[in-house]
Ligand binder design. Structure first.
Ligand SMILES: Nc1ncnc2c1ncn2[C@@H]1O[C@H](COP(=O)(O)OP(=O)(O)O)[C@@H](O)[C@H]1O
Ligand SMILES: [Mg+2]
Length: 269
């Protein structure tokens, strides 16, 4: 691999056990228990495994919402976990999140224009209102929406449209890495393929790298370059997508593959 954009080495995240409130090695909840992977610039790596295996916790460490118990994360050559908030500030723009539930992550009191303007202002990517509006309208167009939505509020949209807005908000600052945590899992199956196709197209056009988190192998097939299969806090297999689907090596990967119904052609690779 060329110089990785993201390099995660030996990441562990332990939580104290709520039942005993003990944090001893024996009693702790080992949500993430020694995970290593790299993402190249422009690459899409998917992290797949059943609910509770630690996927979201990995994503939260990468956005510094969660502290690591052990391990190293380097982003663009910077040791990310040791930085102060102040040191991290210039990198923050370059690591954006897309969440499962865009309704929960969009501020209900902000119009769509305000929602998309805010990150531009925070990161000083627009010099004035007119420029900000132009960038917002351009971005809306890329996610298939028009200037007519600028003054509307999140509750006026369907789940699929809200996720388009969530994608626009993440993309508008031109980040280097997007962490998408189950971005289509809350959507109707009929809408999932549309949103996935949009995400894939924008990713390819912009060249942003992505960590795509999902419990569903069928969903990640479409979008991934490589896939990491996670089980009980560890990555049990990491391979190019084609190899993983055609010759899964680990028992657990084989079980996950057997669990997917026939992949709808609309989601096929
Ligand atoms: N803040 C927390 N305190 C205690 N346990 C947690 C916390 N966050 C997550 N966990 C536990 O860590 C494990 C992994 O959770 P999570 O990363 O959300 O998994 P996934 O996203 O794969 O479903 C689960 O057992 C979960 O209950
Ligand atoms: Mg999760």
């Amino acid at each position: 691999m060329s110089e990785p954009l993201l390099d995660v080495q030996g990441l562990k995240v332990y939580f104290s056990n709520p039942a005993t409130r003990l944090f001893s090695a024996h009693d702790a909840i080992k949500a993430v228990d020694g995970v290593s992977f790299q993402i190249a610039p422009g690459e899409v790596l998917s992290l797949v495994g059943e609910s509770g295996c630690g996927k979201t916790t990995v994503g939260r460490v990468l956005t510094r919402l969660e502290k690591a118990t052990a391990g190293r994360v380097s982003f663009s050559g910077h040791d990310m976990l040791d930085m102060s908030q102040h040191e991290f500030r210039p990198l923050r723009r370059h690591i954006q999140m897309i969440f499962q539930d865009p309704f929960a992550s969009l501020n209900p009191r902000l119009t769509i224009e305000q929602t998309l303007q805010e990150p531009l202002m925070i990161h000083k990517l627009a010099h004035n209102r007119a420029e900000a509006r132009r960038l917002v309208v351009d971005m809306l167009e890329k996610v298939g929406m028009g200037a007519d939505v600028l003054g509307r509020f999140p509750h006026e949209f369907s789940g699929g449209q809200r996720q388009r807005i969530g994608i626009a908000r993440a993309m508008i600052v031109k980040p280097q890495l997007i962490i998408a945590d189950e971005p289509v899992s809350a959507l109707d199956v009929s809408i999932q393929a549309q949103v996935l196709n949009l995400l894939k197209r924008l990713q390819a056009e912009s060249g942003v790298a992505m960590l795509f988190i999902s419990h569903d192998l069928a969903v990640v097939r479409h979008i991934s370059n490589r896939i990491a299969v996670m089980h009980e806090g560890r990555i049990v297999e990491l391979a190019q997508k084609t190899r993983l689907f055609e010759q899964p090596e680990h028992d657990y990967t084989q079980r996950l593959l057997k669990a997917i119904p026939r992949i709808p052609t609309s989601l096929g690779a």
